[in-house]
Ligand binder design. Structure first.
Ligand SMILES: [Zn+2]
Length: 281
């Protein structure tokens, strides 16, 4: 996993703040008479909460929910769903994602992003429902698993996880069959452990890596039969480094390929034995 570049699209926090104040005012002015005074009444309090968010972007635990905005949840939700300004903004968030990562869910790096997650959940933080730094592209599955939790997942604009290595994938050979082992490194930071637990990521990775390994082994068998086993393994080295550059050093596909590369001699033995068996039959 790797942080997203959305916030880099703005020069600084002041610019994000100004932009979001503008969005709020546009949304308010676009409201029917009944709702407009309600949004007017809480405007300065909402803007204070915007400042709090940006001031604590690297200390998000400090943003605890307060009750003052609870009564405004419905009107904020409606603004998020119906405002034409927000429709444009939602598209802008997807458009500003880094190259190669415009469609994949940053929470799991498995499925496509199809929705925007409210990082601080709507039910507890109504004031952030239309605040763009709180909106992170996400797949349906992660959105569903995450929904009601507070700060149990990584914030992909603000949390710095680039230097952390936490996903350990290795292969062992059991009765001639490669078996995948996946675990978190003991040094994994607590928030990442929560992230994995909340989104059930180890189980989801076990399922995905099993399918992926079948494809990899098929390719290796074919390469072996054409005397190109080492050539394909060499290609994997390039693939591992490019995947890590794009998706981060803990990307499950890169970690799986790395495990395959590390076990290349054992896998070769398995493939050679299988090939020998077929020849004898
Ligand atoms: Zn996901």
């Amino acid at each position: 996993m790797k942080a997203l570049g959305y916030v880099k699209a703005f020069r600084n926090s002041n610019e994000i703040l100004d932009k979001n104040k503008r969005l709020y005012k546009q949304t308010k002015d676009n409201k029917f008479k009944k709702d407009r005074p309600l949004l007017e009444r809480i405007e300065s309090a909402v803007f204070n909460r915007y400042c709090l968010y940006l001031d604590n972007q690297h200390n998000l635990d400090a943003i605890i929910p307060i009750d003052s905005f609870k009564a405004y949840e419905d009107i904020m939700r409606k603004s998020y769903t119906n405002s034409k300004f927000f429709k444009t903004e939602r598209k802008a968030i997807f458009d500003s994602l880094p190259r190669g990562r415009k469609t994949i869910c940053p929470y799991c790096l498995i499925s496509d992003s199809s929705t925007l997650d409210h990082y601080f959940p709507e039910a507890l933080y109504a004031e952030y429902i239309i605040f763009t730094p709180n909106l992170i592209p996400c797949c349906e599955k992660c959105n569903e698993l995450k929904s009601k939790s507070i700060r149990k997942t990584i914030h992909f604009y603000f949390d710095d996880i680039s230097q952390v290595t936490y996903l350990n994938i290795s292969l062992s050979i059991d009765s001639g069959i490669p078996v995948i082992n996946i675990e978190l490194d003991p040094s994994t930071p607590p928030l990442l452990i929560k992230h994995f637990h909340q989104l059930n990521l180890i189980a989801r990775y076990k399922e995905k890596t099993s399918d992926e390994l079948t494809q990899i082994l098929e390719m290796l068998c074919e390469a072996y039969s054409e005397n190109n086993y080492d050539g394909l393994m060499d290609m994997f080295v390039y693939k591992i480094s490019s995947l890590k550059r794009i998706y981060g050093s803990n990307y499950w596909k890169a970690c799986l390929l790395e495990a395959v590369f590390k076990s290349r001699n054992e896998i070769l033995q398995v493939i050679a034995n299988e090939s020998l068996k077929k020849t004898l039959l």
